[in-house]
Ligand binder design. Structure first.
Ligand code: NBP
Length: 477
């Protein structure tokens, strides 16, 4: 028993995570259901560090020093349960199972509870950054029992991405499913970011008339400012790429139907359960789903749209600046919504999640890494119980400065018939939150009319009902 950590499940993610541990000086036991993967790993990368190849579950467990730390990196869902069932009987109290897959946090809660009864520490660990991140440093979101972090944390801190200030992009997020919950919301925010960037691209193309190559340059410029982020950077790369076979912009030869694996959808489903308005994330999920309805889109091709009005060069340049403002303001709103969901999940499940720490570990390694997250961290550092990111003075001021352009962009989009569900949902959320009065008062009146659902009054405590079918007098309910 010589390995400090073990990884089972050696597809792209597991293999790279195992190599990352080994490159950082840890002896790593490696195992995979199909042993060929294990041998390939050791043959190809054995020189990078100390690997202990195990063919069977027994060998694997025997290779680990105690308390054992066993990382599972298999397909989420049933395979994870299968692996836990195989290994748990071989473990002893105090040992640790760490699930680095994209598990649903409810599954993580169930598994943590079952394993706790056997004295095994179960750590649901969100990992972001794709295969490159797994190898060079991902953002890591471990949940599970606090004490497991005492021994696991330092190892994770070593292999994780580092933020610009050098701090590791990992923290103990909270008990049981907290880590996977936060990873889920990370992915939801990622969907929203990608949708907003997509809308910006489409506006620059269809309203301003720029080519993909010109838009790539615009994104490159944006990436030197407050939008500086991994997603903006790769957007410029994708837009400037030319298809070798046709000589056309790559983006024009790709089928425009976006796929999804499910974490964005979960974010919205859970938000609905928690009653958190994540309209921007929901629009991003729906936009992908709409894009995939090929037959429906085909059937709708001939529907009427507005007449196109081309822009002059000067108008286009001014419009591009406005789009940057709209994108930035919408981004603030989607992060506001995402952090609201994390706060609501934390409250519902008693996780006590530190929102500032969450934004700090997203600064490096993960897909949504961005300079922007430093500002979110600063906002929560200044006030840990911030009711919403929009209540932070800096963000409020930035939106105040951006809002005229944001509205202009949506007017232009509407006039030219360019769909901008993300920008529009973000602005509607902003306007609704700041509104003095909402039509919800009318909704309450309607509900009371048809269903005697009662309402509260602005001037007195209590619940009331109007006798709509009678003399319309009011009674206390
Ligand atoms: P996959 O999700 O493609 O899973 C393949 C691995 O699962 C192989 O090692 C396979 O073993 C193993 N496996 C399966 Br499938 N069923 C099994 C079973 N019943 N018992 C034991 N092993 C089983 O791998 P991945 O893309 O490396 O992702 C691993 C995890 O990391 C997933 O949960 C994924 O959602 C998550 N994740 C992925 C990314 C990413 O960018 N790809 C990012 C973040 C998180 P075999 O070799 O014997 O078939």
């Amino acid at each position: 028993s010589s390995a400090q950590i073990g990884v089972t499940g050696l597809a792209v993610m597991g293999r790279n995570l195992a190599r990352n541990f080994a490159r950082n000086g840890y002896a790593v036991a490696v195992h995979n259901r199909t042993p060929a993967r294990t041998h390939t790993l050791v043959e190809e990368f054995g020189h990078e560090g100390t690997f202990v190849a195990a063919e069977t579950a027994k060998e694997f467990v025997a290779a680990l020093e105690r308390p054992r730390r066993l990382v599972i990196m298999v397909k989420a869902g049933e395979p994870t349960d299968a692996v836990i069932e195989e290994f748990a009987p071989l473990l002893e109290p105090g040992d640790m199972i760490i699930d680095g897959g994209n598990a649903h946090f409810a599954d993580t809660r169930r598994r943590e509870k079952a394993l706790r009864e056997q004295g095994i520490h179960f750590v649901g660990m969100g990992v972001s950054g794709g295969e490159e991140g797994a190898l060079h440093g991902p953002s890591i979101m471990p949940g599970g029992p606090r004490e497991s972090y005492d021994s696991l944390g330092p190892m994770l801190e070593k292999i994780s991405a580092k933020a610009k200030d050098g701090s590791p992009c990992v923290t103990h997020v909270g008990p049981d499913g907290a880590g996977h919950f936060v990873k889920m919301v990370h992915n939801g925010i990622e969907y929203a970011d990608m949708q907003l960037i997509g809308e910006a691209y489409q506006l620059l193309r269809d309203v301003a008339g720029y080519t993909p190559a010109q838009i790539a340059e615009i994104f490159r410029t944006w990436n030197t400012g407050r939008l500086d982020s991994y997603l903006i950077e790769i957007t410029a790369e994708v837009l400037s790429h030319v298809d070798a076979a046709t000589g056309k912009p790559f983006v024009d030869v790709v089928v425009d139907q976006a796929e999804q694996k499910g974490t964005g959808r979960w974010t919205v489903q859970i938000a609905l359960d928690l009653g958190v308005p994540v309209s921007g994330i929901a629009e991003a999920v729906f936009a992908r789903s709409l894009s995939g309805h090929a037959a429906l889109r085909e059937a709708s091709r001939g529907l009427a749209g507005p007449k196109a009005t081309p822009m002059s060069e000067a108008e286009a340049a001014a419009f591009a600046d406005r789009v940057e403002q709209a994108l930035y303001a919408s981004k603030i709103v989607s992060y506001t919504q995402g952090f609201h969901e994390v706060a609501a999940g934390s409250e519902e499940y008693g996780w006590n999640i530190d929102l500032g720490a969450v934004s700090a570990i997203w600064r490096g390694g993960c897909i949504i890494r961005a300079a922007f997250l430093d500002r979110i961290r600063a906002a929560y550092d200044a006030r840990a119980d911030l009711p919403s990111l929009l209540s932070d003075e800096t963000f409020a001021r930035e939106i105040a400065d951006a809002q005229d352009d944001w509205r202009e962009v949506l007017i232009a989009a509407t006039r030219q018939g360019v769909p901008t569900p993300g920008f529009a949902a973000a602005l509607a959320y902003y306007d609704a939150l700041r509104a003095e009065r909402l039509p919800a008062a009318l909704t309450q009146g309607q509900r009371d009319y048809f269903g005697a659902h009662t309402y509260r009054r602005t001037d007195r405590d209590g619940s009331f009902h109007t006798l709509w079918g009678g003399d319309r007098s009011e009674v206390s309910a």
